[in-house]
Design a protein around this ligand. Sequence first.
Ligand SMILES: Nc1ncnc2c1ncn2[C@@H]1O[C@H](COP(=O)(O)OP(=O)(O)OP(=O)(O)O)[C@@H](O)[C@H]1O
Ligand SMILES: Nc1ncnc2c1ncn2[C@@H]1O[C@H](COP(=O)(O)OP(=O)(O)OP(=O)(O)O)[C@@H](O)[C@H]1O
Ligand SMILES: [Mg+2]
Ligand SMILES: [Mg+2]
Lengths: 256, 256
Amino acid sequence: MGEIISIVSHKGGVGKTTTTVNLGASLTLAGYRVLLVDLDPQGQVATSFHFGQYDLKCGIFELLAEQAAPEDAVHATSLEGLELIPFSAGLQDESPLREALGKDAHIFNTPFSKLKSAYDFILIDCPPSIGELTYASLTVSNSIIVPIQCEYYALNSLGRLLKFVRDVKKNMNPNLKYRGFLVTMVDLRSNLSRLVMNRLRYTLGRLVLDTAIPRNIRLAEVPLYGKPAVLIDKNSKGAKSYIELAQELLNQHGTS
Amino acid sequence: MGEIISIVSHKGGVGKTTTTVNLGASLTLAGYRVLLVDLDPQGQVATSFHFGQYDLKCGIFELLAEQAAPEDAVHATSLEGLELIPFSAGLQDESPLREALGKDAHIFNTPFSKLKSAYDFILIDCPPSIGELTYASLTVSNSIIVPIQCEYYALNSLGRLLKFVRDVKKNMNPNLKYRGFLVTMVDLRSNLSRLVMNRLRYTLGRLVLDTAIPRNIRLAEVPLYGKPAVLIDKNSKGAKSYIELAQELLNQHGTS
Ligand SMILES: Nc1ncnc2c1ncn2[C@@H]1O[C@H](COP(=O)(O)OP(=O)(O)OP(=O)(O)O)[C@@H](O)[C@H]1O
Ligand SMILES: Nc1ncnc2c1ncn2[C@@H]1O[C@H](COP(=O)(O)OP(=O)(O)OP(=O)(O)O)[C@@H](O)[C@H]1O
Ligand SMILES: [Mg+2]
Ligand SMILES: [Mg+2]
């Protein structure tokens, strides 16, 4: 049975999409069947694989509006064993979806329970906000990974996120667990990075994953080529750190 | 009469808050009275000036819930002539505010018309989403600045934003103008930055501001000290570029 992991942060630009795409590909390279689900209306998971608007049949938007079946929304990628569900096939105004989720946060349960049996991991890329979409994602997930940038603003926005997760756990999904906080864009030459890393380990302790993702221009460049870094430049620092992250999560799983 | 400028982007982490704080301070140093308004529930404009939760009396949240008058929500900063209205005094769940804005997007008009007469510029820091908060902000604004990161994902998310601004202009605020697109985190040593810059100038033409903000670690570090870069390290590349941006906008204004 597949594990559903939400990649969550209400702080923008911290590496949620980059983590979803590269961790997903790394788990596939390790032999697992992986589905990426894009819950961010920006639709950048599909962009990372160079799906244009006309290549997409339908997405999570159409799936929840009951205009499509789960198997219609699944699209194959260039990597065998890695598939994705985009946010939607068109430029959608997401308000109707938000409204539907606002009324019934369990709306994801049925489509996802069908998908769970076909994959080992389902990674959900969340939008940069604490709203209905992220709430519904946490409601259906087994666990969460929180990318956190090694910068000052990231430290101060932690309180809101921790409270949000506590609320979901209490009201909707008592089994929700942290897989951990993933420190991203680390530049160990800078004092700021070292200071933030220390504060995070002090505040969050064991919740901080051992693997940290370095700031690495290759991770920002590879979306130009439409493939994850672990496929195009396996030896880059960025790719290696995501392969390492996949290993850490697989080892962690063995003990949980 | 003051000009209200929204700092807008639904893409996260592109430098909206950094631009609000440093452009605001640069305009104040040039002799103008400036108000910063934080419409992002993350509340990072106040964090940039090291306001703790207990230093804030009330914010835009309380102002719109009619629990406070505009002058109560205004807080002085360490720079004479630069003031701010935080998002709120507590850790607020922003749903009631979003609901109120969803019903009446003109809700900002009254408080802001009082504030307009007391300042030359009012800069509104928007959250990373296309939702009720950003919609209401554009409805009350004279103009907008769109920070856009010099990276691949930024290019592809442009279409949604341009459409959103067109909709607001058509339905709510026909006088809304672009002050321009501000390219941020530029690293001219990287091919990616040069490629994205060229594509942006090709797609947006004159809408792209001449001033570009370089990637500069000082801009990320100064929030640690609770003051804008233009106050702490005037000679840093980051601070100089924001001072240059203020000049470009002031010269632009003379001709508009
Ligand atoms: N480790 C890294 N080193 C360098 N650049 C990175 C790294 N991780 C991500 N990036 C780049 O930083 C930008 C932000 O990353 P990304 O879009 O993955 O963040 P996000 O949290 O998904 O953003 P949003 O909040 O808009 O959804 C992107 O342009 C990406 O290519
Ligand atoms: N020119 C720059 N050079 C280096 N770092 C920068 C620059 N501009 C901003 N930063 C840093 O990048 C991160 C993102 O910037 P910022 O928080 O201002 O973006 P934002 O668009 O307001 O994010 P959000 O979408 O979460 O509101 C911050 O840690 C900030 O300190
Ligand atoms: Mg993203
Ligand atoms: Mg911000």
